[in-house]
Each structure stands twice: as structure tokens, then as C-alpha cells.
Design a binder for this molecule. Structure first.
Ligand SMILES: [Zn+2]
Ligand SMILES: [Zn+2]
Length: 255
């Protein structure tokens, strides 16, 4: 099977993109962006509870040809509505962005593309998250290992949609919506503080050999989702969060 050649990578990079001048971060229009340049997982409570943010705005920037499927976005909204206390609602905005000038990206490149295209930042009562759907490859990709998504900062993730498209919807490959959804929900799980990344563990379920992942091999947050083990996990569809992950989210202000 073609896709067995590939390792599926969902990467998580924490702290290495911290803004050195956090409090003064702003874009060229003078908008204060510092609330959206913090460590991955550090806004978990803000996502889950309603004491600070009563609504969530999800801004999606995609390169032409690499927009996520509509059903994937419906799945994301359903997933979040089941977990987050957002009485004023969850909205999704989409826009097409220009092709980047390169096709192999470092995380710094990704953050630059985000900066150039992101328009929504946290505001009074409103939490903003930015999802970048991009062509090309992460710099560590090889012919046999492909990065599918990375959560970075507290409200930012990149999805390598070209890699997802290459690895889905052919014979013996996963359904594209299922793979898109699995990648997106896994990365969102990190933004929600899983595992032990901002949503404190109620029971110990941290896989110590695989940082910030769950020890349940059928959970959405299991590390094997990061390699070709995801294939077995997807035979019955999109992996779900297990009881321990759900408990952590609830304890940190979620539903
Ligand atoms: Zn992960
Ligand atoms: Zn779990």
C-alpha cells in the first residue's frame, strides 16, 4: 500500500518561537498581537471556559487548491461545540492567500506567513485562532516522512494540506475528510492543552516516551497518530478523545 511508505508526522513545537519582546508585539497596523504569541497550550483555559472569552473566531488562511473540505470544518465546529463553553458562539472565517515564495518551510517561515495574512487577534471577550493551510513541505520532511500539521504558539497551527492530499483518497488510502479531520483535531487538542500542556492531568495518562501525548493507543492524542500507526487507528474512522483527555478538558473549564 502506497501510504505505508510514509511516516505521518504531527509535530508540536513549544516555546521555540516565543516572541522575545512579548508585551510589545504588534503588527504593522499597531494591533496588539502579544496575546496570540504565547506558548502552545497556554490558552487552554481560555478556549475551554467562558470566564475570559465568550466566543471563538477561527480564521483560516489557505493557498489556492489547498482549502480544507467543508465537511472537515463542520467536523471541527462540532468537535469544539462539544468541548468549549462559548455562549456567544464559534465562527469560522476563510480566505485565500497568495502562494508563498517558497515551498519548503521552517517554522519561522510559517510564522511569517501567518503574520502577513492573519487579521484576527484576541479582543475583549473574543478568542481568535489562526489555521494556515499550505502547499509545500516542512523543512524536515523526506520522501518517506511527511509533516501533516504543527501546533505552534497558543492560537496558531499550520496544516500541510498538500501532504494530506498526497496521502488520502486513493485506493488503500484514508478518506480525505477523515485524514484532514484527524490532523486538525489532533493539533487543536494541543491548543486545548493536551496532554499535560496547559490542561492539568486529572489522572496520569502522559506517554513519557512521546512528549505531550496520551498513553491510550486508541486516543486521538496517541503518539502513533504521528506515524503510519494512524492507519490502524483510522480503520473505524476518526480517532476520538478518550476518557482521560476529556476529563482534563472538563477540569480546565470545558464541557
Ligand atoms: Zn501531537
Ligand atoms: Zn487521551
Amino acid at each position: 500500500m502506497k501510504y505505508l511508505k510514509y511516516l505521518f508526522f504531527f509535530t508540536l513545537l513549544v516555546a521555540n518561537l516565543n516572541c522575545s519582546n512579548d508585551d510589545k508585539a504588534s503588527d504593522e497596523n499597531g494591533i496588539n498581537t502579544s496575546g496570540n504569541k504565547k506558548n502552545t497550550g497556554s490558552s487552554a483555559h481560555g478556549f475551554l471556559a467562558s470566564d475570559t472569552y465568550q466566543s471563538l473566531v477561527i480564521e483560516i488562511s489557505y493557498v489556492e487548491g489547498f482549502r480544507p473540505n467543508t465537511q472537515t470544518l463542520i467536523n471541527l465546529k462540532q468537535f469544539l461545540e462539544n468541548l468549549l463553553n462559548k455562549p456567544n458562539g464559534i465562527s469560522i472565517l476563510e480566505k485565500q492567500i497568495p502562494f508563498p515564495s517558497k515551498t519548503v518551510f521552517s517554522l519561522e517561515d510559517i510564522a511569517e506567513i501567518e503574520d502577513a495574512n492573519r487579521t484576527k487577534y484576541n479582543d475583549s471577550g473574543i478568542l481568535a485562532v489562526h489555521l494556515l493551510y499550505i502547499n509545500g513541505n516542512f523543512e524536515s520532511d523526506t520522501s518517506s516522512s511527511k509533516t501533516l500539521g504543527t501546533a505552534y504558539f497558543n492560537t496558531s497551527a499550520v496544516i500541510y494540506e498538500q501532504n494530506i492530499q498526497e496521502l488520502s483518497d486513493a485506493i488503500n488510502e484514508p478518506n480525505r475528510v477523515d485524514l484532514e479531520t484527524t490532523v486538525l483535531l489532533h493539533e487543536f487538542g494541543h491548543l486545548l492543552g493536551l496532554v499535560d500542556l496547559g490542561s492539568p492531568m486529572q489522572n496520569n495518562h502522559l506517554d513519557t516516551a512521546h512528549d505531550k501525548h496520551c498513553d491510550n493507543e486508541s486516543c486521538l492524542m496517541f503518539w502513533k497518530v504521528e506515524n503510519n500507526g494512524v492507519l490502524q487507528m483510522m480503520t473505524s474512522g476518526i480517532p476520538q478523545l478518550d476518557a482521560n483527555c476529556l476529563l482534563d478538558l472538563k477540569a480546565n473549564g470545558g464541557k
